[in-house]
Design a protein. Structure first.
Length: 504
């Protein structure tokens, strides 16, 4: 009850004309900048941080909350329309969303993304209010072996449900793990795969990898086929979701939320793992598995809900522990410290007005995001009516600008081209691109957790297994890997029974 009273007080602070205007400005700017390939909410918050110094802390964080959610949706818009993720958490949306757009269902994909974002963001923010203390206690109780098990679950899910075969999925994952090795070893200090280039010491930024593999690779692939397959205008389709779309989307919205918030609240969580797991789950549970890879709406609804629920979840460790789990939370943490405020266990007691105004502004920003983007879905979809040579020339331009803006170094443009050629080759030989992105993002994290586990057990391999949570996750992994074998044996037995019965 105390939390609900504090939340009502937070709404009282937010619901003023100036604060509502700042929330609308944050949502609008976050969405507009998030649409640009390679520029996500973290960079938007960082760019806007200096201009908020004249604002009171409450007003500054009201704007930041709008940018946070707006940037999430903006990256999804780019993924769906242009197959160009604005950030790593939008990578999964590109798989089915862009296929829907090419089939003339861009408006439906954007609508299910907007509504799923609203549903998951609202539920996630409610959970932030109600269960934040319990989630923080659970997150603190997990150790390195448990986090390692979560990473391995994401690897197994990616290689088992994506691509035309598990071998190709595993090959793509290995490519991603190799790219993730580039840089300085955090334990030994040795350079790995840097080839003596100082700029590679910090590794290759995941935004450069995602934009190169998706945007540049897709543009090269389209250019290679334009002569044989002339560019045609892609129809926009009906502007609203039909009854079938609603029926197929609401369960993925809820399941994605169930993945996104708890994993996002883990200190080593983030939005990538729940979106990957949500996609894998929807493909397993779908009544239309043949549509996956060709534009299944469940593959947009579930990951988008997981993405936005995890956005609320990441605020739990950031506010309660002072521990940011993604780039945007890290920038918001810097903003807190710039105002002389230290997030941590005492933040809710020392700065209750600021914290609850921030949480209340998440509800306001989420509603504004829906009201702003749902009517605009057909307008966004009309981007696809631009002739393909001009469209993909624009994609290359913005992709290059976004990749260069990450570190402001020319080497990233060369890496962008090389990764684009790799993405082209993967499309040519049928390798799925998502396991590569998973390997790049989660590979270094899994390596760090594995090393911590071994250090805690003095090198004993049994230390990698951990406690009950890890046991449960490993059991899920074994079931996931063994299920195709069991299903194949079952099919053979049933086929023999049918043949035998027919012979009788």
């Amino acid at each position: 009850m105390d939390n609900l009273v504090n939340l009502l007080n937070g709404f009282g602070d937010v619901l003023t004309p100036l604060n509502l205007l700042l929330a609308l400005l944050g949502v609008t700017v976050g969405t507009a900048v998030g649409v640009l390939p390679g520029i996500g909410p973290a960079m938007t918050v960082a760019l806007l941080l200096p201009i908020t110094y004249g604002l009171a802390p409450v007003q500054a964080f009201i704007m930041f909350a709008g940018i946070f959610y707006g940037g999430m949706y903006g990256g999804s818009t780019t993924s769906i329309l242009l197959n160009t993720p604005g950030e790593s958490s939008s990578v999964v949306t590109a798989i089915e969303g862009n296929k829907m757009a090419r089939a003339g269902r861009a408006a439906q994909a954007l609508a299910t993304a907007a509504i799923g974002s609203f549903v998951a963001g609202t539920i996630g923010t409610v959970l932030l209010v109600l269960v934040a203390p319990q989630v923080v206690k659970f997150a603190i109780s997990l150790g390195a072996p448990d986090y390692l098990a979560i990473m391995l679950l994401a690897f197994a899910g990616a290689t088992s449900v994506l691509g035309s075969s598990r071998i190709r999925g595993f090959a793509a994952l290995l490519l991603g793990l190799v790219i993730g090795l580039v840089g300085i070893d955090k334990v030994t200090g040795q350079e790995r795969l840097t080839f003596g280039i100082p700029q590679l010491a910090d590794g290759i930024d995941v935004v450069v990898v995602a934009v190169g593999i998706f945007a540049v690779g897709e543009a090269l692939w389209v250019a290679a086929h334009l002569r044989r397959n002339p560019g045609t205008v892609i129809p926009v389709g009906r502007p609203w979701m039909g009854h079938s779309d609603w029926r197929r989307s609401w369960k993925p919205w809820l399941r994605g939320t169930a993945y996104g918030f708890p994993i996002g609240a883990l200190p080593a969580g983030g939005a990538e793992i729940p979106t990957f797991l949500s996609y894998a789950t929807e493909k397993k549970l779908s009544k239309h598995p043949e549509e996956f890879g060709h534009g299944a709406i469940e593959g947009v609804a579930g990951p988008e809900a997981a993405n936005n629920a995890s956005a609320a979840g990441t605020l739990v460790p950031m506010l309660a522990l002072g521990l940011p789990t993604n780039a945007t939370a890290a920038v918001m943490l810097a903003a807190f410290t710039s105002y002389g405020i230290q997030p941590g266990p005492l933040l809710f007691q020392r700065e209750p007005k600021l914290v609850w105004a921030l949480i209340a502004s998440l509800f306001i920003g989420n509603l504004m995001l829906l009201l702003l983007n749902l009517p605009l879905a057909p307008a966004w979809a009309k981007l696809l009516q631009i002739p393909r040579p001009y469209l993909y020339a624009g994609i290359i331009f913005f992709a290059s600008m976004g990749a260069y803006a990450v570190n402001a170094q020319p080497l990233d443009l060369l890496l962008l081209l090389l990764l684009g050629l790799l993405g082209f080759a993967m499309r040519r030989f049928g390798l799925p691109v998502l396991p590569l992105i998973i390997g790049v993002i989660l590979g270094p994290i899994a390596e760090r957790q594995a090393r911590m586990s071994l250090q805690l057990s003095n090198g004993d391999p049994s230390g990698l297994i951990g406690g009950p949570v890890a046991y449960l996750i490993y059991a899920v992994i074994l079931a996931m890997l063994a299920w195709p074998l069991i299903a194949g044996i079952r099919r053979k037995i049933m086929t023999k029974d049918v043949v035998y019965t027919g012979g009788q």
